[in-house]
Design a protein around this ligand. Structure first.
Ligand code: PHE
Length: 341
């Protein structure tokens, strides 16, 4: 009987089969159980010896069963190990770390540099009203900047019934910021200077190697009782020297025109060494804020004067990283972008 059981158990290859086999010996109608039941009809002395003998059989069957159980468990474990095997000698697959976009890095540098010079950093909406993008900035009604060839319009109108636009420059933010500043200090005898930069995305209908329909500018504004072009030149020189990490750099103003500044200038820089040595490079528009614009900020142009500038951040980043095609910034090719990690 014990041999039968051992053979039966050995044939079982799954735990379920093994349980079935077990039932044939130890179950309700199993062979051992039947023998135990049969004890009842035996005389007392025989019952004792026979009972003891059956118990020995029973223990042997149970031992065989447990041995097979352990074996099956071991086999199952081995199969599982094999199925889930890892080749720990394979080279690891590196997970990319991600990196800041070069334009974001340039923007952070600009904020940090002007921040260290006491400038606040402001933000504003990318979808603007006609008043903030143009009227407040002294842009005449028929100015070409207002045309559909230059500005993206949104299919929605503002409270005055004028089409909203994707801001074509960061200048609306100087108005918004100065208005809030003026309102905060309204009625006070003195007002702290307005000193702010406002970086952000800007949009124009334009696309080639040096123009992208979406680009980045940083607006700068400094208004006070006695702020002049001198301050602008000193400030901007400090900025570009810090940004490009060199003092071997010259700055010049070229006369220009913007409706919101008078006089107006383009700011050029020239590196005295390096790959861009000796070439004048335009980096910013600038000028003394027009009295009408100061008035539109909610300030008295008889008391307050100052300057503004608007610089191309992408352009600054291109110069800093030696890139000659603006479009690579916005193609989203991680092989290019990963170099700035
Ligand atoms: N808003 C101008 C532009 O986008 C730049 C500028 C800003 C010029 C502030 C003067 C003063 O071209």
């Amino acid at each position: 009987l014990v041999q039968d059981a051992a053979a039966d158990f050995a044939r079982a290859t799954t735990p379920a089969q093994l349980e079935d086999a077990k039932a044939r010996y130890l179950g309700k109608t199993g062979r051992i159980t039947e023998q135990l039941k049969a004890l009842g009809s035996l005389p007392a002395d025989e019952k004792k010896t026979r009972g003891a003998a059956i118990n020995v059989l029973k223990h042997q069957v149970e031992a065989a069963l447990n041995a097979r159980r352990a074996e099956l468990a071991q086999l199952q474990l081995e199969a599982q190990l094999q199925a889930e095997a890892l080749d720990v000698t394979l080279p690891g697959r590196r997970r990319g770390n991600g990196a800041l976009h070069p334009v974001s890095r340039a923007m952070e540098r600009i904020e940090q540099i002007f921040g260290s010079m006491g400038f606040d950093v402001a933000d504003g909406p990318e979808i603007e009203t006609d008043w903030y993008s143009f009227t407040a900035l002294n842009n005449p009604e028929n100015h070409p900047a207002r045309s559909m060839q230059d500005t993206f319009y949104v299919d929605l109108k503002d409270a005055e019934g004028r089409w909203l636009n994707l801001r074509p420059h960061t200048s609306p933010m100087q108005i918004r910021y100065a208005q809030a500043h003026a309102a905060r200090h309204a009625g006070a005898a003195t007002m702290p200077d307005v000193r702010v930069i406002a970086p952000g995305r800007t949009y124009r209908v334009d696309s080639d190697a040096t123009h992208s329909p979406m680009f980045h500018q940083v607006e700068g504004l400094w208004i006070g009782a006695d702020v002049s072009f001198r301050d602008l030149k000193a400030l901007y020189l400090d900025f570009v020297q810090a940004f490009f990490e060199t003092t071997a750099l010259q700055l010049r103003f070229r006369p220009s025109y913007f409706p919101f500044t008078e006089p107006s200038a383009e700011i050029d820089i020239m590196f005295e060494s390096g790959p861009l040595q000796g070439r004048w490079l335009e980096v910013s528009g600038a000028g003394q804020v027009h009295p009408q614009v100061v008035r539109n900020m909610g300030l008295d142009p008889e008391r307050y004067i100052g300057f503004a500038f608007g610089s191309g951040i992408d352009r600054l980043a291109m110069l800093r990283y030696g890139i000659d095609d603006l479009r690579v910034f916005f193609d989203g090719d991680v092989r290019f972008l990963g170099q700035f990690a």
